[in-house]
Design a protein around this ligand. Structure first.
Ligand code: GLC
Length: 623
């Protein structure tokens, strides 16, 4: 169908005053949209009809954007770098743990503002499966907020209040799977042919067994295998994650149609950023690990193009926990962009690994291997999140140089954080009972750095340094840094999940505590541990806000330093030094520098105390 005729489908429902803008955006992004969709679904005999129907629906959804969101679209389209500045700071929380429900979250806006937060990622809050639901990652409806957390009206009120406070709401868009009690899954189970086509269902084990030969496992202990038997309906369903999370079949154009509509409807409720969950798994191909397939990228590029046409205020963020070499593809190409943001899980894991090894080698290798991003794109940096620290993303880096087996090296790191080797950490090995294999590590940051177990002021001081070192790196790397709820107060592990049969098998619940009200109330009191963590973190955040060198896109270089030391320069004017070891480290400065945090002038040789960090700005007064 020529562009000129397909555009009528798009513009039909669009109000007169917005047509020119939408038409202009279609001229820009329509070719990519059509090309991606044609590659994916062009073989279907009714492709043209389907494409027209998609544009029609997208146009109608654009018409449903409120004047406030339409204004945001215009502003964001005019300033596509709006999320790259050094003032951007994210915060991630579960709705119930932060505020009880969505209305309670609105009561926390002042706290977020005090921290300098501009972006709030609320973990899944849409209607979730009854019973076990993977913390809401088993979605029973994309169209309604979970009644335990509020209503759609509450969501719209919250997004409006956040927008008013300069905070963008990010929500998970769980597009790889739905809950087994989602109406699509129920209908498929009931034998409805159209809905059976939404999933990967098999009559017997023949194909599942063939696929299994090359598939990995995400939860090898709690949910082994990738397929689940459906006794009542007969056959097997593809379930990459838990057995109650049914993978969607994205090779079916109707799945694209429904999911694109769901995303745009949520955008119309004021969600500005979508965390595209488990993006690596969207496309299945026998003989592969069914991750990072080219078609998965085409799906994401098509969603990006569609959003750029009808909701250009929206950002897409890739949650692809994959090795560094697979990550850049999630940003796409300048002519065919994909996600605006992607988690830098290699950086996060490498920083923890470096702490365990008391050697910055892993981080250096990740930083050196991090490519420059296309324009208007950013990494997401973080210290902890609701998931485990997955070690397997570091296999390539862990195999470099040391002559050691990568797997053994990562397993040693994992053992260290599980409290092994007489260390300070109080975490757990995730989904792995094999001491020679490394899967993941769970635990709150404060517990992993030794704050939970610290005895006396000296140990607490060392643990605090380790915590701030990790935050310092996330804040200075050149990314959108996202804090994880509770970390600003140094909250420790929550062991209560062991009492709950629906959670006991998944130790990620260790790091999902309620916001500690007592610590929260004490956050301004430096006589308390919470107060000291809060003050330390806020000092870093406010220093960062004044340093344009720390913006996402500013250049980064590694300077030579002793092995335990990471010397990260951001342009010629800024240098961050991180001592990953418990031994003092020397570093020779060239020229005169000012310590941004301690406010002193520095030159020549400096000695970094154990686990100390410095943020230095070149002292221009000499010139
Ligand atoms: C993502 C989420 C994780 C969840 C999984 C399945 O990786 O971060 O918490 O278990 O997807 O939805």
């Amino acid at each position: 169908m020529p562009m000129s005729s397909s555009i009528h489908h798009l513009l039909d429902a669009v109000p007169e005053g917005r047509r020119a803008d939408v038409a202009r955006r279609y001229a820009e992004h329509g070719p990519a949209l059509r090309a991606c969709l044609h590659s994916l679904y062009g073989g279907a005999p009714d492709f043209e009809l389907w494409y027209g129907r998609l544009l029609c629906a997208a146009g109608a959804l654009h018409a449903g954007r409120s004047p406030a969101l339409a204004a945001l679209d215009t502003a964001r389209a005019a300033q596509p770098d709006w999320f790259l500045g050094q003032q951007m700071l994210g915060y991630c929380a579960y709705v119930d743990r932060l505020g009880g429900d969505l209305r309670g979250v609105a009561q926390r806006i002042a706290h977020l503002q005090e921290l300098g937060v501009r972006y709030l990622h609320l973990l899944p809050f849409l209607k979730m499966r009854e019973g076990e639901n993977d913390g809401g990652f088993a979605v029973a409806s994309f169209e309604e907020v979970d009644p335990r957390l509020g209503s759609n009206a509450d969501l719209e009120a919250l997004t409006a209040s956040l927008r008013g406070a300069g905070i963008s709401l990010c929500a998970d868009f769980i597009l790889n799977h739905v809950a087994d009690d989602h109406p699509w899954a129920l209908a498929a189970r009931g034998g409805e042919q159209r809905l059976r086509g939404f999933f990967h269902l098999f009559p017997d084990r023949v194909l599942p067994d063939r696929y299994e030969r090359t598939l990995g496992q995400v939860f090898p202990q709690a949910a082994p295998g990738n397929f689940t038997a459906l006794p009542a309906a007969g056959g097997w369903a593809w379930t990459t994650f838990y057995p109650y999370q049914w993978d969607l079949n994205w090779s079916n154009p109707e799945v694209f149609f429904e999911m694109a509509g769901a995303l745009l409807r949520l955008a119309n409720r004021g969600i500005e950023v979508f965390r595209l969950d488990s993006t690596a798994f969207l496309w299945k191909r026998e003989g592969t690990n069914c991750m990072n397939q080219p078609e998965a990228h085409l799906i994401l590029q098509a969603l990006r193009a569609l959003a750029s046409i009808v909701a250009p205020g929206v950002l897409l963020k890739a949650e692809a926990i994959v090795p560094m070499r697979e990550l850049p593809a999630y940003f796409g190409q300048p002519a065919q962009p994909e996600c605006h943001i992607a988690y830098h899980s290699s950086l996060m894991a490498a920083a923890w690994g470096a702490l365990a090894e008391q050697d910055a080698a892993l981080v250096r290798s990740v930083v050196a291997g991090t490519p420059v991003l296309p324009p208007h794109a950013s990494w997401l940096s973080y210290v902890r999140c609701h998931d485990d620290i997955g070690w397997n993303v570091l296999r390539a880096e862990a195999g470099e140089g040391s002559g050691e087996d990568a797997q053994a090296r990562l397993a040693a790191i994992s053992r260290f954080f599980a409290g092994g080797e007489g260390g300070y950490a109080r975490g757990e090995a995730f989904q792995s009972s094999d001491p020679h294999a490394a899967h993941g590590t769970t635990g709150m940051a404060a517990s992993l750095v030794g704050l939970e177990g610290a005895q006396g002021a000296q140990e607490e001081e060392m643990a605090m340094r380790r915590l701030l070192l990790l935050h310092g790196l996330a804040l200075s790397f050149g990314a959108l840094p996202v804090l994880y709820m509770g970390d600003e107060l140094g909250q420790a592990n929550d062991y209560s999940f062991r009492e709950r049969p629906d959670r006991a098998m998944d130790s990620r619940w260790l790091q999902r505590p309620q916001l500690d009200e007592a610590r929260f109330a004490a956050r301004h009191d430096r006589g308390t541990q919470a107060g000291r963590v809060y003050a330390g973190l806020r000092a870093l955040v406010s220093a960062r806000q004044r340093l344009p060198e720390l913006a996402a896109g500013a250049p980064r270089t590694l300077l030579p330093a002793s092995s335990a030391l990471l010397a990260l320069a951001r342009g010629p004017g800024f240098l961050a030094l991180y001592n990953f070891s418990g031994e003092p480290q020397r570093f020779m400065l060239e020229g005169r520098w000012r310590d941004v945090l301690a406010h002193g002038a520095l030159a020549g040789e400096i000695i970094l105390a154990p686990w100390a960090m410095h943020w230095l700005q070149r002292d221009h007064q000499q010139y």
